[in-house]
Design a protein around this ligand. Structure first.
Ligand SMILES: [Zn+2]
Length: 203
């Protein structure tokens, strides 16, 4: 049996709106090259060693150019991070989000797509492999269909459609996440990162 000190139950108390504002301000600092690199260093490690209370959950891509702690100018313990190629929402990802929402009190989820996503491009090109890539791509295929129905650049449209579909998947996952969304206690927001400018568009 764990003592209270050994558990993770230190709850974040920022609302989704305040959390989103912090992310927007951090991204603005990043774009303008005025970063603060908050919450780093030895004393901060000690301060948060007894429990984490991340104010936002970010589901982002494994792409090496899309690093949420940097692009939102946040530090250690600020963001509950899920990174997987194509920011798909499989059971392990959903379970991780449920954990942060239920046990850490985090009230905001950002699904962060980005320009020139290799996983999205592989899905559009129907690149298949003998390994596990097919199963990952199957999570992006609904967006490929949706992206083809919109005028304009097929890669951008597919990437944005994919972000929106993943948001819908998370929102409608019963019973925990759908309930929190219906209650207004959890917000799930799509976003899209631009590689060269560093700008995050909240969709
Ligand atoms: Zn990607």
């Amino acid at each position: 049996m764990l003592t209270k000190d050994q558990t993770y139950y230190t709850v974040n108390n920022l609302t989704a709106e305040s959390a989103l504002q912090k992310l927007k301000e951090g991204n603005e600092r990043y774009v303008l090259d005025h970063v603060e690199h908050p919450h780093e260093g030895a004393q901060h490690r000690v301060d948060i060693s007894k429990g984490q209370h991340p104010f936002a959950i970010i589901l982002g891509c494994a792409d090496s150019r899309v690093v949420p702690e940097l692009i939102f100018d946040q530090g250690v313990g600020d963001l509950f991070m899920l990174r997987v190629a194509g920011h798909i929402a499989d059971d392990a990802v959903i379970a991780s989000i449920e954990f942060a929402v239920e046990h850490l009190g985090t009230r905001l989820v950002i699904v962060l797509g980005h320009e020139r996503c290799g996983a999205v491009m592989a899905a559009i090109a129907h690149v298949f492999s003998e390994g596990k890539l097919n199963s990952l791509i199957s999570y992006i295929e609904p967006a490929v269909k949706a992206g083809q129905e919109i005028k304009g650049d097929v890669i951008t449209n597919t990437a944005k459609a994919h972000v929106n579909l993943i948001v819908e998947t998370i929102k409608t996952t019963e019973p925990i996440l759908s309930h929190e969304v219906k209650n207004g206690t959890l917000k799930i927001i799509p976003a899209y990162y631009r590689l060269a400018t560093g700008n995050v568009d909240f969709l």
